[in-house]
Design a protein. Sequence first.
Length: 130
Amino acid sequence: MSEQIIHYEDYELNAVRTTTGRTITETDFVVHAGHTGDFFPHHMDAEFAKTLLGGQRIAHGTMVFAVGVGLTATLIKPVAFSYGYDRLRFVRPVHMGDTHARDDLYEGRRSEAIGYGPRRRALRNSEPAQ
């Protein structure tokens, strides 16, 4: 793993960083449920999930978020920052067998009002489960 020192103001406007893909597995569901205590049937019960729109188990939103964060853990950034978690949204379900990659888009520059500019992160499904 390499290290890079890059400050927010050094990012190029509209630069995009895309990660490699990662397939969500049943092990991910089970381990995450064990870590969080969230064993709701939407995530863990295949028979119950057949009654849901989409007909299959849905990944925990917090697991999808954690996977998205982990996909960018390929570079050590000693001056890294986290911003925007207060606007976290889960707009589509994630299922076992889905393969995701993460895209980071740096949309703006430093703002005098808040001290940093907008950054959009998207975890996209690159291979939907069949």
